[in-house]
Design a protein around this ligand. Structure first.
Ligand code: GLN
Length: 530
């Protein structure tokens, strides 16, 4: 049976519970355990698919096509383990199942209530990995004290009652703020939030304090005393230069050993050197590569989380320093901002706003010869640009943004139009792309076909492919079963690639995406001595 570690948050949100949990997961993995993670999101949305990136950051897509919270991206990047529909639980989704079951008459005349019916459904989902993982780390979104997260915390409380303290533990991540006027770190918010947790019936076994400076022993002792945990179980999570430093920082404080002791786990290996070596190698970088991510959610960096992480992985593996400029495609200075970059990424997106700036970005990259990677909507913009400016189809557009467009070079495919009449359905999750022999993409990946993740509705319209290819933009990758264009490239450009899929979702620090590596190398060319 699995062991369960619950990670809760106190005082404020955005404390990095996901990174903390994933870092502990990494340490446990290195001691020979099979680890998976679950994110509980207390909102009523059934999934993150329709949420505005400004409110919730990027939508992370799993291999099996779930549209999830960006924390699942962190879990995959740290654990190198595929997440799935089973790794995300939202309040909306839980209530949906309960209500559907009630409508089918499955509760046999009972009054359906939060306890036990909703909490039972949550617990059922917590147990989805019983036979597959030694340790399941469950992050409960939100902050203790929120109304929304109560059913999740209640289910977490019941888990210990059900399985006992040798199988279930609780880690509380809180903030210990520094007050400049008093020149002091304050523990009171942590005390209050632990009291709040106790009111719910959860006794934390470990308290991880986010802080911007080292926690002195006396502070740790104070927290230990007031919150009733051993002083050794009060840990410091100081702001790290890189999120990938966090496992080491926690390791130094003996997290792994404490978790082992609390849950009665015996380590079968200690492979942590893989991580320390990788961090050591990547911290010696000197040369900087400057990459522009051109989009419309540029004021919230989390909106492009996986893209910027994939760039970072590529930079770390090539011993390069990465500087990312988030360039707003509606900025009147767009072109001069792009001119400062060594390479340009045009990421995915939805909605009409900013579309002409994106098309202009694709044109600028083509004309300037700067390395360009267009992802999903980014590739679609590259196609529209080529159609308009090279193939002479002046009013070419995507029917997503101009439904009655006469030249829909990007369009819904025929059977999608039938599905709903206008919206069609999304193509989500992993699909295989087969590359044309001799294409840059086949060379970059070093194989004839790859499976990457998708999240889009519109496609390159096959009717226009001959005209595009004649104009120089070659389709070099297809989803063969339906002959959908997956990738495009120019032969006469140093590095210009568009992909309908999202390569960023498959990138991890230890296994960076080949496409991002090649893109970054192209950006660094001429700057590197070799
Ligand atoms: N909006 C486009 C589509 O649905 C692109 C989606 C994306 O970039 N993820 O096809």
């Amino acid at each position: 049976m699995s062991k369960y570690i619950f990670v809760t948050g106190g005082v404020v949100s955005s404390l990095g519970k996901g990174i903390t949990g994933a870092s502990i997961g990494k340490l446990l993995q290195y001691s020979g355990l099979k680890v998976t993670m679950i994110k509980c999101d207390p909102y009523i949305n059934v999934d993150a698919g329709t949420m505005n990136p400004y409110q919730h950051g990027e939508v992370f897509v799993t291999e099996d096509g779930a549209e999830t919270d960006l924390d699942l991206g962190s879990y995959e990047r740290f654990l190198e383990t595929r997440m799935s529909h089973d790794n995300i639980i939202t309040a909306g989704n839980v209530y949906k199942s309960v209500i559907e079951r009630e409508r089918k008459g499955e509760y046999l005349g009972a009054t359906v209530q939060v306890i036990p019916h909703v909490t039972d459904e949550i617990k059922r989902r917590f147990k989805a990995f019983e036979k597959k993982a030694d340790v399941v780390i469950i992050e409960i979104g939100g902050t203790v004290g929120d109304i929304e997260s109560l059913p999740f915390l209640e289910a977490a409380r019941q888990m210990k009652l059900e399985y006992g303290p040798q199988d279930v533990m609780y880690i509380h991540v809180t903030l210990v703020p520094y007050i400049p006027a008093a020149d002091e770190l304050k523990t009171k918010p942590t005390q209050h939030s632990v009291h709040k947790l106790r009111e719910i019936g959860i006794d934390p076994n470990m308290i991880i304090c986010r802080t911007d400076r080292p926690l002195e022993k006396s502070i740790k002792q104070k927290i230990a005393l007031f919150c009733s945990v051993p002083a050794t179980a009060v840990l410091e999570a100081a702001d790290a230069k890189s999120i990938y430093d966090v496992p080491q920082a926690l390791q130094r404080q003996g997290v792994n050993e404490q978790v082992h002791m609390l849950l009665g786990i015996r380590a079968t290996s200690h492979n942590f050197e893989e991580w320390t070596d990788f961090m050591k190698r990547s911290s010696s970088a000197r040369e900087t590569v400057r990459i522009a991510i051109a989009g419309k959610y540029t004021s919230l960096k989390d909106a492009y989380k996986s893209v910027s992480e994939a760039l970072l992985h590529a930079a770390m593996s090539a011993n390069l320093k990465l500087a990312v400029d988030y360039v707003d495609v509606e900025d009147p200075e767009l072109l001069s901002r792009l001119a400062e970059a060594d390479g340009i990424i045009l990421p995915g997106g939805f909605g009409n706003r900013g579309i002409e700036g994106k098309i202009r970005t694709a044109q600028y990259a083509r004309e300037s010869g700067k390395p360009f990677l267009g992802i999903c909507l980014g590739m679609q913009c590259a196609v529209i640009e080529a159609a308009r400016n090279l193939a002479g189809i002046k009013n070419a557009h995507s029917s997503e943004f101009m439904p009655r467009c006469k030249y829909p070079v990007i369009d819904l495919i025929a059977d999608q139009k039938k599905v709903t009449g206008k919206g069609g359905t999304m193509r989500l999750g992993g699909y295989e792309t087969a590359f044309t022999k001799g294409s840059a993409l086949a060379r970059i990946y070093g194989k004839p076909a790859v499976t990457e993740r998708h999240r889009h509705r519109y496609e390159v319209n096959p009717e226009f492919v001959p005209a595009l290819e004649k104009a120089g933009l070659k389709v070099t990758g297809y989803y063969k079963p339906r002959r959908l264009a997956e990738t495009v490239e120019y032969k006469n450009h140093p590095w210009y690639i568009g992909v309908q899929y999202h390569p960023e979702f498959n990138s991890t620090p230890l296994n960076p995406s080949p496409l991002f590596k090649a893109f970054l190398a192209a950006g660094a060319k001429g700057k590197q001595p070799k």
